[in-house]
Write a protein that binds this ligand. Sequence first.
Ligand code: PGA
Length: 243
Amino acid sequence: MKVHILKNEAAVALAVATRVTRLLAERPSAVLGLPTGNTPVRLYAELRRRHRLGKIDFSKASTFNLDEFWGLPWTHPASYRAFMEEHLFQHVNLAPRRIHFLNGMAKSAAAECAGYEAAIQRAGGLDLMILGIGTNGHIGFNEPAPSLTADTHLARLAPATRRSNAYLFDGRQGAVPPTALSMGAGTILRSRAVILMATGASKAGAVRAAVHGQVTSRMPASLLQLHRDVELVLDQAAAGGLR
Ligand code: PGA
């Protein structure tokens, strides 16, 4: 794993935005895996800014988001799709047909997940997967557990995850859906390159375990140690536990 320790959140966002800008300049039809959450908010702001200035062109790119709450329609303000519309999709020139999203209202979760894996394959696979990390070490909704699911699946959220998503539901943890559709550990590891962004001291323990700990499903981000092109882009607080 390559670890970059930067001064603050703004520097993390700039560094990852530059990586995306470079990738799309070299390979306009690149396939991006995208996260939601607090961590990428500044990244998307920077990508919008660069797009406004004509410095980045998404017209041939494809995107696949990492996860979506099960049982929420895209029109729900707490859906991850709504987040992406607000922070990126409404503001850049992505072709709507190349924006891929898990549908939390699908009739069959299994069919939705299988279709998503097939769509990723048809697109040629992910070129760059951008991830956040949970305070418990989850990536996507792959929560710490005795075993993990390789492919996109219906996942049960850990209590810590429902707590950290409560802000999307007026602070009501009980309103956070108990399950979500998520890319699996294998979906993520099949991406040609992976960037994990982490900011803030609350992530330091998980980052430390992911980098220095054993590879275990009890710390899903530790699986990234198995991939040959992973970069961690951290601010100083998130890197605080590293040796
Ligand atoms: P956050 O979430 O960016 O809101 O901290 C990250 C995650 O849980 O993967």
